[in-house]
Design a protein around this ligand. Structure first.
Ligand code: CMC
Length: 392
């Protein structure tokens, strides 16, 4: 008989080797190509981190400028795709629209779907990173019934995204540099996270040789779930449902109750068993952004901080090593910026695109790459004879 290990949820199986991202869950450490996430979040910016993840080194000023120009020049989507958007129900969740539109990029850009051609792989990489904010912003505009806003090449990656989401023809919209910086930091903190569920989905999908747009669409579909990228939306909704600090004990009791499926959203992580370093930066950022925007006494932030304090003092969360994760505070920042909860997960998808693409490129370039094909533990019937319908 075949011999293999049984590992549901892949808690102890390494599916690949990689040189992109390192996580030490016990120490609460996250490194991209060796650089700590807190340094990247404070000193670098999203497109530089994209370059780092994709190519493995910090670029010189000239190389970075060339990369940024390439990305900026690819931000528009084919005009025909606007019609494709209009085929969705007008109240569609932006994630639903994104799964469809990104998958459909393989129909609109089939000149960059040949994965055996290195140049086509590079073009697909640039197209995905450049067009994802445009697609997410259009999905949002469509869901609220506002006209699409074209990308602008004079704005930074984050500022352009904000402009595409919030500008309307009726009045001028100026992107606040503080808000653009906060947006950029959210993109940076979500850029990659080694073999999480959506990245593993992208790798598994592409192991069959499927084209990059189809594979990234699969990643978006996986990210949507509330245990993964959907947690930021679920977390803010939970904080609002709690509403006031006096109701926190009730929710903590529910999270601990084995008979209640409720979990504290934005809490716990498969790998981090000490703290999530991204959450530390995010919490600080939430304070800064609300302060800079003049939002005082935000009730949701108060509930979040008090919930964190009470949970961390509770033996249940302590013993199970459950800490706030990246999604615990991100929703508060996104709401302060003006995004509805339905846009939280699309923003995660925009940010994570570079991680998916970097891992996809690494995998395709690996000569040992073979189709992903897990085994199973069969618990069904043993062999039995077919029974004719009149005899059942
Ligand atoms: N609230 C209450 N109990 C929890 C929670 C939580 N948020 N998370 C885990 N537990 C308990 C769980 O019930 C289990 O208890 P027991 O051992 O008694 O059965 C134990 O902790 C271990 O949980 P698990 O589900 O086996 O752990 P996992 O590694 O499979 O799950 C997780 C990790 C992130 C899916 C989980 O912690 C969770 O559902 N968290 C809430 C959703 C969330 O915030 N997700 C975002 C993750 S970070 C961003 C991203 O990657 O997308």
């Amino acid at each position: 008989a075949d011999v293999f290990t049984y590992d549901p949820g892949f808690t102890s199986t390494a599916s690949c080797d990689s040189t992109i991202t390192f996580i030490d869950g016990a120490k609460g450490e996250l490194l991209h190509r060796g650089y700590p996430i807190d340094q990247l979040a404070s000193k670098s910016h999203y497109l530089e981190v994209c370059f780092l993840l994709l190519y493995g080194y910090l670029p010189s000023a000239a190389v970075l400028e060339k990369f940024e120009t390439t990305i900026t020049r690819h931000t528009m989507i084919h005009e025909q795709m606007h019609y494709f958007f209009r085929g969705f129900r007008r109240d569609a969740h932006p994630m639903a629209t994104m799964v469809g539109v990104v998958g459909a990029m393989s129909a609109f850009y089939h000149d960059s779907t040949d994965i055996a051609d290195e140049m086509q792989r590079e073009i697909a990489t640039h197209r995905l990173i450049a067009k994802m904010p445009t697609i997410a912003a259009m999905a949002y505009k469509y869901s609220v019934g506002q006209p699409f806003v074209y990308p602008r090449n004079d704005l930074s990656y984050a500022a352009n995204f904000l402009n595409m989401c919030f500008a309307v023809p009726a009045e001028e919209y100026h992107v606040d540099p503080i808000v653009a910086r906060a947006m950029d930091r959210i993109f940076t903190l979500h850029a990659d996270h080694e073999q999480n569920a959506s990245t593993s989905t992208v790798r598994l999908a592409s192991s069959s040789g499927a084209n990059p747009f189809a594979c990234i669409a699969a990643g978006i579909a996986c990210l949507w779930g509330p245990a993964h990228g959907g947690a930021n939306q679920a977390c803010l909704e939970m904080l609002k449902q709690i509403g006031t600090p006096d109701r926190i004990p009730e929710y903590i009791a529910r999270a601990k109750d084995k008979d209640d499926p409720f979990r504290l959203m934005g809490f716990g992580h498969r790998v981090y068993k000490n703290f999530d370093p991204r959450a530390t930066v995010m919490k600080q950022s939430a304070d800064e952004v609300l302060d800079l925007l003049g939002i005082e006494d935000n009730p949701t932030l108060q509930v979040a901080k008090e919930l964190e304090r009470q949970a961390l003092e509770d033996p249940y969360f302590h013993d199970k090593k459950l800490f706030p994760n990246v999604d615990f505070y991100s929703g508060i920042i996104l709401e302060a910026i003006g995004f509805p909860t339905s846009m939280f997960t699309p923003i995660f998808a925009v940010s994570r695109t570079v991680g998916w693409v970097s891992q996809w490129k690494e995998m395709i370039a690996d000569p040992q790459n073979k189709i992903g094909r897990p085994r199973q533990l069969y618990l069904g019937e043993t062999e039995r004879d077919y029974v004719d319908i009149e005899n059942r």
